[in-house]
Ligand binder design. Structure first.
Ligand code: NAD
Ligand code: AHE
Ligand code: ZN
Ligand code: ZN
Length: 369
């Protein structure tokens, strides 16, 4: 079938709206009609050319909400009409990772996904006579996309897809990093570096966890109002201080925070986030994605003296079994999503969504098909 899609023909170039030929779902796959998709900083990261797994031409996008249109042979857990969220972290339930009880990082299809291909090693997209690659196994910047059954979460059809699409990445990632990865304890002091959708969701996760003090840190003070509304007790702009930000936070907190979260993708800030943690027990979780070749640094003494460095992908959430619960908690008024949608745009204006992100003017732009 034919579909409209925003294609990234090359790194560093704006997306182009093209007609794309989408092949039907093969065995174990489903065809999904996208209703809405968010634009995450990771899409911009890959488009920039800094992602070692970035392949072009590709259809980016991984924060979608849609409806199953068709299913391939052997699909048993989904049917046409189901409301779904694509999963860049699938859940096969059977691999060593899924059965470990220790991680959400299912590896059943990770190798082909990282090469922009479906599990059988081929693409379902063609445009201008060329094969177009998938992205993160989801490619939500297309009116129609094909997904492995294990990479699809069926959700409550009462949920507005133009809002809960954001649970497909940003909001779930921030909340999950706090609740699942760091396991923030009630009464804790928390620092969140970067107040985009991920950082603001770490703030709301810290509220859910019962943190007593939540310090939001951003170079853009326009982010502070929503951070406070979601539960940040203090906001810090590093540009307003002569001292390094880790020293500012340590000073503010009588020796450092119990937990910190890096939600930017900047390796210098990752260091600051570790070093603002309290000696003896402070734990820092890296969520931000840094470019290929970049490395984190600190004095090993920081770890010897009890600080802990962790990382989190998709908030440690297992998509098929746990994401539907996040949607239900949104519907029950327990998770903020609507406040994150600062702009809604048609697919034709998707490049404007990237401009708004880079200008610091949006939290999330949602693209409506
Ligand atoms: P965003 O661009 O919306 O927000 C980033 C925020 O960081 C902005 O408010 C910006 O002003 C602020 N910032 C930039 N440099 C700063 C600095 N030096 N000090 C303080 N603040 C600074 O991005 P987002 O969509 O919220 O994504 C954040 C990061 O998380 C990205 O790296 C993205 O790739 C990553 N991410 C990771 C996962 C995961 O599963 N690990 C999931 C989603 C996103
Ligand atoms: N190809 C990238 C990977 C970047 C990365 O870490 N991605 C996160 C999700 S970001 C969503 O906005 C993730 O899930 N990581 C685990 C994984 O298996 O990719 C790079 O930098 O190499
Ligand atoms: Zn994302
Ligand atoms: Zn698995």
């Amino acid at each position: 079938m034919k579909a409209r899609a925003a294609i990234a023909w090359a790194a560093g170039r704006p997306l182009e709206i093209d007609e794309v030929e989408v092949a039907g779902p093969k065995a174990g796959e489903v065809l999904v009609r996208m209703v809405a998709t968010g634009v995450c900083h990771t899409d911009a990261y890959t488009l920039s050319g800094r992602d070692p797994e970035g392949v072009f031409p590709a259809i980016l996008g991984h924060e979608g909400g849609g409806i199953v249109e068709d299913i391939g042979p052997g699909v048993t857990t989904l049917k046409p009409g189901d409301h779904v969220i694509p999963l860049y972290t699938p859940e096969c339930g059977q691999c060593k990772f899924c059965t470990s009880g220790k991680t959400n990082l299912c590896q059943a299809i990770r190798a082909t996904q990282g090469r922009g291909l479906m599990p059988d090693g081929t693409s379902r997209f063609t445009a201008r006579g060329k094969t177009v690659f998938h992205y993160m196994g989801t490619s939500t910047f297309s009116e129609y996309t094909v997904l492995p059954e294990i990479a699809v979460a069926r959700i409550n059809p009462a949920a507005p897809l133009d809002k809960v699409c954001l649970l497909g990445c940003g909001i779930t990632t921030g909340i999950g990093a706090v609740l699942n990865t760091a396991k923030v304890q009630p009464g804790s002091t928390v620092a969140v570096f970067g107040l985009g959708a991920i950082g603001l969701s770490a703030v709301q996760g810290a509220v859910m966890a019962g943190a007593a003090r939540i310090i939001g840190i951003d170079l853009n003070p326009a982010k502070f109002e929503l951070a406070r509304q979601l539960g940040a007790t203090d906001c810090v702009n590093p540009a307003e201080h002569a001292a390094p930000v880790q020293e500012v936070i340590v000073e503010m907190t009588d020796g450092g925070v119990d937990y910190s979260f890096e939600c930017i993708g900047n390796v210098e800030v990752m260091r600051a986030a570790l070093e603002c943690c309290h000696k003896g027990w402070g734990e820092s979780t890296i969520i931000g994605v840094a470019g290929g070749g970049e490395e984190i640094r600190t004095r090993p003494f920081q770890l010897v003296t009890g600080r802990v460095w962790r990382g989190s992908a998709f908030g440690g959430v297992k998509g098929r079994s746990q994401l539907p619960g996040y949607v239900d908690r949104y519907l029950a008024g327990q998770i903020h999503v609507d406040e994150f949608v600062t702009h809604t745009l048609p697919l034709e204006q998707i490049n404007h969504a990237f401009e708004l992100m880079h200008a610091g003017q949006s939290i999330r732009s949602v693209i409506l098909f």
